[in-house]
Each structure stands twice: as structure tokens, then as C-alpha cells.
Design a protein around this ligand. Structure first.
Ligand code: SF4
Ligand code: SF4
Length: 91
């Protein structure tokens, strides 16, 4: 089974409160290879070329913690509030 197919099986209880913040969105302009767009298995980070900014689809976060290691200076990540986030997976 491909990763994208497995991701389809993950279920979430999405919080309205975003648990991922970019501390300085303008710093992303200077970030050459934008590793957040490659290291997140859930493709939460996307470079919007038109808007010249990183968009964060926090709703799909798998809570693996990779991004806060990959970009500790600009990504402020915490677990979603209790009862929210990844709820169960079936694959
Ligand atoms: S969030 Fe971090 S890794 Fe991603 S573009 Fe901005 S500075 Fe670079
Ligand atoms: S914690 Fe993992 S799944 Fe969530 S945004 Fe960071 S890298 Fe992506």
C-alpha cells in the first residue's frame, strides 16, 4: 500500500485552534530549500509561490514531531489540545 493510501485511512478530530505556528513567516522567504515542504510525511507545509509564503494545513498533522526538529527556529509546534488531533488509524 502506498503512503498516500495509508494516509487516507487516518482519522482526525480536528481542533479549530491551530497547534502549529510560524514564528516569523517572512524568514521563510530567505529559507533556500524550504525543508519543511519535504520532511513532513503529511504534506502539511506548502510553499505558495503566488503569495510568497508557507501555508500550514495543520488539520492533517500526524503528530510525528519531525518539523520541530527540522526547523526549530521558526516552527513552534505543540500537541493539539486534549481530545483533538489524530484519533485513530486503520492501516
Ligand atoms: S518554516 Fe522553516 S523550513 Fe519552512 S520555509 Fe520557513 S524557515 Fe524554512
Ligand atoms: S508533526 Fe509531523 S506530521 Fe505534523 S506537521 Fe510536523 S512533520 Fe508534519
Amino acid at each position: 500500500m502506498k503512503l498516500d493510501d495509508k494516509l487516507y485511512l487516518v482519522r482526525y478530530n480536528t481542533d479549530k485552534k491551530n497547534h502549529i505556528k510560524l514564528l516569523d513567516p517572512d524568514a521563510c522567504l530567505q529559507c533556500e530549500d524550504k525543508p519543511c515542504t519535504r520532511i513532513c510525511p503529511a504534506h502539511v507545509y506548502h510553499w505558495d509561490e503566488e503569495e510568497k509564503r508557507i501555508s500550514v494545513g495543520y488539520e492533517g498533522c500526524l503528530e510525528c514531531g519531525t518539523c520541530r526538529v527540522g526547523c526549530p527556529d521558526n516552527i513552534a509546534w505543540d500537541y493539539p489540545r486534549g481530545g483533538f488531533g489524530v484519533s485513530w488509524k486503520n492501516g
